[in-house]
Design a protein around this ligand. Structure first.
Ligand code: TYM
Length: 372
């Protein structure tokens, strides 16, 4: 029997049915019409949009309406620094970077060191702050525009954030957080308060500008419940509701499930060595047959293959080539060993460059950070 689907900001398990999630969460599908409308402004489309990794939204049409009326939006996204960054985390950040470049948009990047301390019994504040620093290196390494990007940790920027979080908290009842997140009387009180902190960057630019500014949040759909709450509260505080585009999850290298740091062997971290990448990819779950002979005769199944997903969503940007790869696999004309070796070499190349940029980021990190 397959495990029941669970998608919360702190846990994703079971087989994910994204259409069911749209219904359960009450979001809208990201239609071809909306994507075409976006393309009128951006001229081309990012791979993650072309391949439908981003599949759902809230008020994305409204963001474009406002943009077309010259009411420009800013971007907001984030990271809970509980460990090193993995490839899955990069998915929403890749799109955020592309949107920043296309729209010359400001970006607020929140690092929820408070959240990870409150929710992870094993982590101290010092641990989460250390990972906030490490994760910031990854953010900078992706090439966000230094003049338009503002990265902050909740703890180090608390003087600004806390005052605004209190206004959210005053409108947020325990019964709402219980209903949305399943908190109980045993949950610590910091957890119950936390969504108020994650809400603040939805209004931060409006607060700074002294007028309402539309906010667009790229994220994977697990983070949506926080913003369902924020969207209810925003008008009560006199702000626009934040708009959101949701991505699917990059799977782990095992059989099913999203890439998650809790399964380090099926997860590629941006700090992994070339040898670790080789080892993890060589052990990846594929859609191959039991024997080479059988695979040559019957072909493989790319639809269930984690290796194919990595080509499809990130590492084979050429639409024609990715289609050919799928056909070759199904026809038994390429074996898993060869396919894995090529993927490992692409990931190693990406990581070697990323790690170089991560080192360089140490010299400019202060230029990105907001603190008070
Ligand atoms: P966190 O650190 O769990 O995740 C950071 C971002 O990565 C996304 N994500 C994934 N995307 C694709 N495939 C995966 N396998 C995968 N795993 C994680 C998450 O959806 C998220 O966008 N509380 C948040 C930090 C935060 C935040 C935000 C995130 C604060 N403000 C605003 C998004 C938007 C957290 O712990 O994210």
């Amino acid at each position: 029997m397959t495990e029941k689907m669970t998608v919360t900001p702190w846990e994703v398990k079971g087989e994910i049915d994204y259409y069911k999630l749209i219904k359960e969460f009450g979001t809208e599908p990201l239609t071809d019409e909306l994507i075409a409308r976006l393309k009128r402004h951006t001229k081309d489309l990012h791979l993650l949009l072309r391949r439908k990794m981003f599949f759902s939204h809230r008020d994305f049409g409204w963001i474009l309406d406002e943009y077309e009326k010259d009411n420009k939006f800013y971007l907001y996204t984030g990271r809970g620094p509980s460990g090193h960054t993995h490839l899955g985390h990069l998915i929403p950040w890749f799109l955020t970077k592309w949107l920043q470049d296309k729209f010359k948009a400001k970006l607020y990047f929140q690092l929820t060191d408070d959240e990870k301390f409150l929710f992870n019994p094993k982590l101290s504040i010092e641990d989460t702050q250390k990972f906030a620093y490490e994760n910031t290196l990854d953010i900078i390494a992706l090439g966000f525009d230094q003049k338009r990007t503002f990265v902050f940790s909740d703890i180090n920027y608390a003087k600004t954030l806390y005052k605004e979080a209190l206004k959210v908290a005053k409108k947020l009842t325990f019964s709402t957080t219980k209903a949305v997140f399943g908190f109980t009387s045993e949950s610590n009180v910091g957890q119950i308060f936390f969504t108020s902190m994650q809400s603040v960057p939805c209004f931060l630019e409006s607060i700074k500008a002294g007028k309402n500014v539309p906010c667009l949040i790229p994220l994977a759909i697990d983070q949506d419940p926080h913003f369902r709450i924020t969207r209810d509260i925003a008008p009560k505080l006199g702000y626009y509701k934040p708009a959101i585009i949701h991505s699917k999850f990059l799977p782990g290298l095992g059989k099913g499930g999203k890439m998650s740091a809790s399964e380090p062997d099926t997860c590629i971290f941006t700090t992994d060595s070339q040898e670790q990448i080789d080892r993890k990819i060589s052990n990846a779950f594929t859609g191959g047959a039991a024997t080479i002979k059988e695979q040559k005769e019957k072909g493989g199944n790319p639809d269930i293959c984690s290796v194919y997903q990595y080509y499809y969503f990130v590492f084979e940007p050429d639409d024609k080539k990715v289609k050919e790869l799928k056909e070759k696999c199904k026809a038994g004309k390429i074996m898993c060993g060869e396919c894995k070796k090529e993927l490992a070499s692409r990931i190693k190349k990406f990581m070697a460059e990323h790690q170089k940029k991560r080192e360089q980021a140490k010299k400019v990190i202060d230029k990105f950070i907001l603190s008070d």
